[in-house]
Write a protein that binds this ligand. Structure first.
Ligand SMILES: [Ca+2]
Ligand SMILES: [Ca+2]
Ligand SMILES: [Ca+2]
Length: 384
């Protein structure tokens, strides 16, 4: 999927719905360049027990990760702080992804939890100054920001967590969670308000191991997918094979960011064409009878390289799910002229109901003819 070329403003008219960017990486850390036992620049003590540092012998990706250890049977968590935004400002919305690996020690201290992540008003721990985003319980189950259990993971293995934080308004916060690419849940709760800190003061992350050992790796902080729209051909599939002999349909989805309203797309303006400009364009099937476009949550935004993709399906945000007749695509876009195995970038263009134009692209791989036409000897009946 090609990320967020999204809404392209025509440059001549300032439209009411302002454009849409891509999801920018604000910072990321894989710990690979950090000396063993130390912390990356900008990561510091959260004033808990000082048992932390880069582990050069265990990682989720690459060779190094961040290891934290909270005192077993004690009340001393290991905490490492990092500004949520490098400028130290409060971010009303962000998406954070990281890998976490929890050890299996028996826990019996005064806070028997494993890895944790909180937002803090200050670099050091202090009562009434934090929002817990995620806490791993002793059995590997995950407590969300309101401490309800939102999912479970195995210990002694790396898992990928994605957390999307959105300040909906002054009084309300929404936090969405994914585990290993699967959407878990969303929690909407009140904005923090205490005598010593309010939600807007929460500018620090606090990575923790409350008790026992936890490793963090491959941390990526980006701004939210927001009002962007992107394209996913064959949601749930990566790569996206296109069989030129198929008389079926090609599922294509316009994938909505968290604040993009998929129902605001003007269906009559949708066209699918080749990014290289060769061939014409085709329009989605609009039954009944037969397949037609629906608003449904079938895909998750992806912000990687062009033609790269992921296999994630729904993320809790409604998308526009369309079907194109495969033979119309093959003929209309002259795909029969391409060699087997070719990777072709396709573009969907259209407009929102308010006239804002957009485009988004993703790629298909032409299924080799041989794999369709060849019938091997195994298919022949066995001789008696
Ligand atoms: Ca690493
Ligand atoms: Ca796909
Ligand atoms: Ca979606």
């Amino acid at each position: 999927m090609k990320g967020f070329r999204s809404i392209t403003l025509c440059g001549c008219v300032v439209l009411s719905m302002v454009a849409v960017g891509k999801a920018e990486v604000i910072w990321q850390e894989n710990f690979e360049d950090v000396p063993c036992g130390e912390l990356p620049e900008g990561w510091g003590s959260g004033c808990g027990c000082p048992y932390f540092g880069v582990d050069c012998d265990r990682s989720c990706e690459g060779e190094r990760s961040l290891r934290l250890h909270g005192m077993l049977g004690g009340c001393c968590a290991s905490l490492v702080s990092k500004l949520i935004h490098p400028d130290g400002v409060y971010l009303p919305e962000f998406t954070l992804e990281f890998m976490v690996d929890n050890a299996t020690q028996d826990l019996s201290g005064c806070h028997p939890y494993r890895a944790s992540l909180s937002m803090y008003a200050t670099q050091c721990w202090g009562p009434g100054r934090s929002r817990d985003l995620l806490t791993v319980k002793e059995d590997g189950c995950l407590a969300g920001t309101t401490w309800e259990i939102i999912g479970c993971m195995t210990l002694d293995e790396c898992h990928r967590i994605r957390i999307q934080y959105t300040r909906l308004d002054a009084a309300t916060v929404r936090v969405r969670y994914w585990l290993d690419g699967e959407f878990l849940t969303e929690i909407t709760t009140g904005a923090m308000e205490s005598e010593v800190a309010v939600e807007n003061d929460l500018v620090w992350f606090q990575w923790g191991a409350q008790e026992g050992t936890a490793w963090f790796d491959d941390v990526v902080m980006h701004d939210i997918y927001g009002d962007a729209v992107s394209l996913d051909i064959k949601p749930g599939s990566c790569p996206n094979p296109l069989n030129r002999r198929s008389y079926g349909v090609l599922p294509v989805s316009l994938v909505a960011g968290s604040s993009f309203d998929a129902s605001g797309i003007d269906l009559a303006t949708i066209q699918l064409s080749r990014a290289d400009g060769i061939g014409g364009s085709v329009i989605p099937l609009e039954g009944p009878p037969g397949p037609h476009s629906v608003i449904a949550d079938v895909a998750t935004p992806f912000d990687g390289e062009p033609c790269d993709c992921h296999e994630l399906e729904g993320d809790g945000i409604l998308d526009l799910s369309m079907k194109f007749a495969t033979q119309e695509v093959v003929e209309g876009l002259l795909l029969n002229e391409l060699p087997s195995g070719a990777v072709v970038e396709l573009v969907v263009t259209g407009m929102l109901l308010d006239g804002t134009p957009f485009e988004a692209s993703d790629c298909v791989t032409i299924v080799p003819r041989e794999s369709i036409m060849t019938i091997g000897p195994m298919s022949e009946p066995l001789s008696p």
